[in-house]
Design a protein around this ligand. Structure first.
Ligand code: TTP
Ligand code: MG
Length: 422
């Protein structure tokens, strides 16, 4: 154990209540090629983007681990890869031992393999965030426990290998960033579990480059300050880091400590869209409640429209002191996009609480459908992320037994940027 451990600051923003599993496929494109050409297994194999068989143009998309031994890396020019690992003459009677196979990218095929993997992941967890073609986060809190988390991780790995024929590396940890570090730690064919309370210790010996957001330039500056490892960064004076890097300094400090309070928010269509707003003090005046509901109804309807969503159910929420969450909803015969109707129904539903003291009101549309498909929703993200970030910062999110779509609400709030920006 490194001697500095005793002085490491504790990470109080870990989420021991959450079990996150991160999956990242090993040399994914190469693994896909090996599925349909089993003779490529165990061989050095380079998959090239913009590469034509026999040519030397394009860049390396991925290299098998055998090819990486020759110094071939993702994003390297094919011409350079060929210098390091000559192309095998596949027709030769006596193939050269120190040459490798080269194949062009076939994204459609890789996507079909990825879809099979993702189907297994969705079977292994209710909440899955797909990050890229070969990478996803799963919230497996309800499916396992820390005592048996390694076995669960192995189960996921084994299912992928048995049912699809490609190998995944898996990390299990209490936070998303630690789960990602864990899946990368013992690649290929890795399975690493970091238990709650062990995150800071696990991060400590890693080089600063492993801390998300630290590139080569920042790493050099940190080294000049005597900061070589994530542990050094975690033990550094945060004020000094802020002096040197501004707000980013604080962020890097937190990341080095493994602090990460994010939840796994699912990709895909939201199940509901909602807006809520708290009063400074509980309000009895029915007109003030109505005024708030009108504004929220309009905001929700506008957001649904920006996402190209139709809804069939309109609901309200009224939180009464001390903290009772009451929800009412009404379903329509068919899907609609009608801001006036959202307001009208929301006002009728909230009338039941006219005589109650209410500390918070909300409006929600659910039973969503997206007739125009993916494209129509893309424009909604940025606008939504901005607004939702400011709302999330207010800490207004609450959990409640009679609010089954809370995970969908949380998804709305954090938006896409929460993962990619971290
Ligand atoms: P990665 O998961 O980064 O790489 P990998 O799966 O090939 O290897 P590892 O075992 O280290 O996870 O990326 C997934 C796929 O994305 C990869 O197989 C090919 C593609 N890709 C590119 O096309 N260009 C790139 O620069 C990188 C990094 C990946
Ligand atoms: Mg991968």
């Amino acid at each position: 154990m490194p001697s500095g451990d005793a002085t490491l600051p504790g990470v109080d923003d870990e989420r021991p209540d959450q079990i996150v599993l991160h999956v990242d496929m090993d040399c994914f494109y190469a693994a896909c090629e090996r599925l349909r050409e089993p003779q490529l297994r165990g061989e050095p194999l380079v998959v090239g983007m913009g590469y034509e068989p026999g040519d030397d143009i394009g860049a390396v998309a991925t290299a098998s681990y055998e090819a990486r031994e020759y110094g071939v890396e993702s994003a390297m020019a094919i011409s350079e890869a060929l210098d390091r690992l000559p192309r095998l003459d596949e027709d030769a009677a006596d193939p050269d031992e120190s040459a490798g196979y080269y194949r062009p990218v076939d994204l459609d095929f890789y996507q079909s393999v990825a879809a099979e993997v993702k189907a297994i992941l969705h079977d292994c967890a209710d909440t899955v965030r797909e990050v890229s073609i070969d990478e996803a986060y799963l919230d497996v809190t309800d499916r396992t426990a820390w005592e048996v988390a390694e076995g669960f991780g192995r189960h996921v790995k084994n299912r992928i290998e048995r049912e699809v024929g490609v190998v995944a590396s898996v990390g299990v940890a209490p936070t998303l960033s630690a789960a990602k570090v864990a899946s990368d730690y013992d690649k290929p064919d890795g399975l690493v579990v970091i238990e709650p309370g062990e995150v800071a210790e696990f991060f400590a010996p890693l080089s600063v480059e492993e801390v998300h957001g630290v590139g080569p330039v920042t790493a050099r500056t940190l080294r000049e300050l005597g900061i070589e490892t994530a542990g050094d960064l975690a033990a550094a004076d945060p004020h000094e880091l802020v002096d040197r890097f501004g707000d980013r300094g604080r962020e890097l400090y937190d990341r080095a400590r493994g602090a990460d309070t994010r939840e796994v928010t699912p990709t895909g269509d939201p199940k509901s869209l909602s807006r809520e707003s708290a009063f400074a003090d509980a309000v009895e005046d029915p007109e003030r409640k109505r005024e708030q509901v009108r504004a929220l109804a309009e905001a929700v309807a506008t957001r649904a429209q920006s996402k190209g969503a139709l809804y069939r159910t309109i609901g309200v929420k009224a939180v009464t002191p001390p903290y009772d969450v009451n929800t009412r909803e009404r379903s329509l015969p068919g899907p609609i996009d009608d801001a006036d109707l959202v307001e009208e129904i929301a006002l009728e539903l909230i009338a039941e609480f006219d005589d109650d003291r209410v500390r918070k009101v909300g409006v929600r549309v659910s039973n969503l459908s997206f007739p125009a498909g993916e494209q129509a929703r893309l424009g909604g993200w940025d606008q939504e992320t901005e607004r939702d970030d400011s709302e999330a910062a207010g800490g207004q999110v609450e959990s409640s037994a009679d609010d089954p779509d809370r995970s969908a609400l949380a998804d709305d709030r954090s938006g896409q940027s929460s993962l990619t920006d971290f």
